[in-house]
Write a protein that binds this ligand. Structure first.
Ligand code: ZN
Length: 351
């Protein structure tokens, strides 16, 4: 499989990386107030009970450890809360080796690290928003493993001669499963953590069209996938964390706010690549939205594969250049531009 993937050539390698994200073709229809839904959400109920003042982020792992499979199927209410649900995909036997045991939510350590990275990024965003007088709240929680029916949908795609590994096929199957669980409502971001290191079509991940951001389609939220198998196999846990954040944040950004902040309307330009000296080395520190886009567009430039969505290093909120850089390092801290754009989106669309 490695040979097959590497043999497909430069064009395919380009498409191997993150695709279908904030490209100009992505439908970006605005509006659509959050739908009303009276069914209480267990996590939000828990949040209300805890009564955190201001921007409070609940750890899904901490707050919802008592969730059962049945409660995963409860619908969420419309809310100004930033709401992310994280769904682990199946782990192949080879990936399970050394991965420990899954927890009661079906999360292996790689999934938990990704979830906690998203949670930490949102904590930073809500703190920033709070300092701007924007009072928001967030919930990040496990959504439960994807069901066996998910695979029957992929098999159906095979029978229908569609590409079962295509990013849109995986995301469509994911959306169908969420609809079947009756959790597809409101403005939740549903993040699928998939494991397929050799799926160049899926690449590092992407968002489902037309649900490019959580209010793009009324009452459906967003569906996005991070291929943690690819980031783990080809890169590092640090890249896994950043891609999980990256794919999630795409769905809390829209072209209007990004244009206001960074001028280009491309989410990736919100990111930063900052040169630092570490001992004898010069490193380039990459923030989440710049991850997979900050290096030269070549194999091994920064991340092993380069993203295919929009980007322009000259338009990045900050890019110090790659000349004489010894190493790329990754920070889960969001750039100032990302924080500002998120705050504007959350205030405008979810506030
Ligand atoms: Zn992206």
């Amino acid at each position: 499989m490695v040979v097959a993937w590497l043999a497909v050539g430069r064009a395919a390698i380009h498409s191997a990386a993150e695709t279908a994200m904030t490209d100009p073709g992505r439908p970006d229809s605005e509006g659509g107030a959050p739908s009303s839904d009276a069914t209480p959400d267990p996590a939000i109920t828990r949040r209300a009970l805890l009564g955190g003042a201001g921007a409070t982020v609940l750890s899904a792992l901490g707050a919802t450890t008592s969730l059962t499979a049945a409660s995963w199927n409860q619908a969420e209410p419309a809310s100004a809360t930033v709401h992310v649900r994280v769904y682990p995909g199946p782990m192949p036997v080879t990936a399970r080796l050394g991965a420990g045991r899954p927890d009661e939510n079906g999360l292996f350590s790689v999934h938990r690290d990704a979830l906690e990275a998203v949670e930490g990024a949102l904590e930073g965003a809500l703190t920033y928003a709070g300092e701007r007088g924007v009072d928001l709240d967030a919930v990040v929680e496990p959504g439960g493993p994807v069901a066996a029916s998910f695979f029957s949908r992929l098999e159906t795609a095979v029978r229908e001669r569609r590409n079962p590994s295509a990013q849109e096929t995986v995301l469509d199957a994911f959306r169908d499963e969420l609809r079947e669980r009756e959790v597809l409502s409101g403005t939740t971001c549903h993040l699928l953590l998939w494991w397929n290191p050799f799926n160049y079509d899926l690449g590092y991940g992407g968002t489902r069209s037309p649900n490019g951001h959580v209010t793009a389609v009324d009452g459906e939220g967003s569906q996005t996938v991070a291929n943690v198998g690819a980031t783990e196999f080809w890169d590092s846990r640090a890249v896994t964390r950043n891609i999980a954040i990256h794919e999630t944040l795409h769905t809390f950004l829209s072209r209007d706010v990004v244009s206001e902040v960074v001028g280009s309307g491309c989410d990736h330009d919100l990111g930063s690549a900052i040169r630092r000296e570490e001992g004898d080395e010069t490193v380039l520190e990459i923030s989440p939205m710049a991850t997979a886009y900050a290096g030269p567009d070549e194999f091994g430039g920064g991340t092993r594969f380069h993203g295919t969505g929009c980007y322009d290093h000259d338009s990045f909120s900050r890019h110090d250049g790659t000349d004489d850089v010894d190493r790329f390092v990754y920070t889960t801290d969001l750039s100032e531009a990302t924080l500002e754009a998120l705050t504007r989106y959350l205030e405008r669309h979810l506030g």
